[in-house]
Design a protein around this ligand. Sequence first.
Ligand SMILES: [Fe+2]
Length: 175
Amino acid sequence: MNVDLQCEMQRRAAERVARVRIGAAREQRVRQREIAERDGGVQRGRFRERRAARVAAAFEQIRRELQIHSRAEEEIFYPAIKAKNGAESRKLVSQALKEHKDVNELLTQISRLKPTDKNFDEKMETLFENVDHHLEEEEGEIFQFVEENCSAEELNEIGRQMEERKKALDRLLAA
Ligand SMILES: [Fe+2]
């Protein structure tokens, strides 16, 4: 074998070894990226799961508080207002009942969704808007009506009964 040919063969062999090494290194990088992506995906998935669980727990808490609010008012506060028997009290109570119904309907709709569903946040936003609006009305017009039409004793009694009922409902809904 002449020297030139030997050199050429060694060169080609070295090239082939290099190509194989480059190929192996590239393959290794691809594999590492796949593993990283998979791990990242798993981590993102776990993060989303944990977030979804926290949001679901927070929603359950909100739902319970709103249910207690509505039921205690509907059983004690609103009948007491209606007993005042004016056209104004009936109007205020019927408006408040409609708002409770809307809030309740939203709670039912949201309870059927998962926090990861695309319209969950939107529905929660609507729920908060409705609740804010309702509480504003209640703290404004209704409380004003009550202050003008109920005696201090009546107010104390309504307050006492409401507290009692809320505690009982809290225990009931926690069970
Ligand atoms: Fe209310």
